[in-house]
Design a protein around this ligand. Structure first.
Ligand code: PXL
Length: 276
């Protein structure tokens, strides 16, 4: 079946707002759009941030988070949900309570922003482990998140695989443990599902701290799942998409880079033309 024959696929991001549009709901929506699905957004937390700082965070009433999800469900056959910054345990529980059993779920366990701002508190992290990770179709921690959630220090390839297994043992059907922060084998992600471990290698580009890379990857995976690809293939396609978005990263403030989900069109952002 071609993508066109499948009809419109709907995917929902449940995450935090990043007004700079380099991460969070805004990059999720751009990514879903670029991947060919109708992306929708449930605001689970608010941030005030620019290219350099997260200046403030505001919570959203968990009852209202749930109300946004349930209202969408009245009209749309949602093929996949993706979660990002949820902030705290009551919000994690509200989200878990609103998601139907058996639905495809990409859980990006966002805890800390690239620039070291805490985005989900300790009780929220615990609730993720209890309520959402066990239901994940795919969970996509980076190394610091995997270390915090699993308690396993990731120092080499073997401990990275142990940490991936920890998520699988929690009940996630598949794990993508991202290697972008690794001091060893940098840029190589560990993919684990019931068929075992596979390594996903990626190019390493010379941009420091590319903002929104995790959000973009998880949203691309969610998009390809929503389009009907098997999970392992959705992850591979997601990785390919993220590679391009990194390669054509946007310098949206001096020495501050963010993902470019528009890379396939090469029309959206002026600065990329000089790097083609
Ligand atoms: O990249 C993680 C992330 C997720 N969600 C929001 C963010 C960030 C990083 O800054 O601001 C809202």
């Amino acid at each position: 079946m071609t993508d066109a024959e499948r009809g419109t696929a709907f995917a929902v991001s449940i995450a935090g707002s990043d007004p700079s549009a380099g991460a969070g709901l805004q990059i999720d929506l751009k990514t879903m759009n670029a991947c060919g699905v109708w992306g929708m957004t449930v605001v689970a937390a608010l941030t005030a941030q620019n290219a350099n700082h997260v200046r403030a965070i505001a919570e959203v009433d968990p009852v209202f988070v749930q109300s946004q999800i349930k209202t969408l469900q009245e009209d749309f056959p949602i093929a996949c949900y993706k979660t990002g910054m949820l902030g705290n345990a009551p919000t994690v529980r509200a989200v878990a309570g609103a998601l139907p059993d058996g639905v495809a779920l990409v859980i990006d366990p966002v805890l800390i922003a690239t620039r070291e701002y805490r985005l989900t508190d300790d009780s929220g992290a615990k609730a993720l482990v209890e309520e959402l990770i066990p239901r994940a179709t795919v969970v996509t921690p980076n190394i610091p998140e995997a270390e915090t959630l699993s308690g396993i220090a990731i120092t080499d390839a073997a401990s990275m695989e142990d940490a991936a297994s920890w998520f699988f043992d929690c009940g996630a059907s598949a794990v993508v443990l991202k290697g972008g922060h690794a001091a060893f084998r940098k840029g190589v992600d560990v993919f684990l599902d019931r068929n075992g471990v596979r390594l996903l290698s990626g190019n390493v580009y010379p941009f420091p701290d590319v903002h929104g890379s995790g959000c973009c990857f998880a949203s691309a995976i969610a998009s390809y799942i929503a389009l009907g690809y098997p999970v392992a293939e959705a992850v591979e396609r997601g990785k390919e998409f993220v590679d391009g978005a990194l390669r054509y990263a946007v310098e949206y403030a001096p020495r501050r880079f963010t993902m470019n989900p528009g890379w396939r069109d090469h029309t959206t952002y002026t600065k990329i033309s000089s790097r083609r």
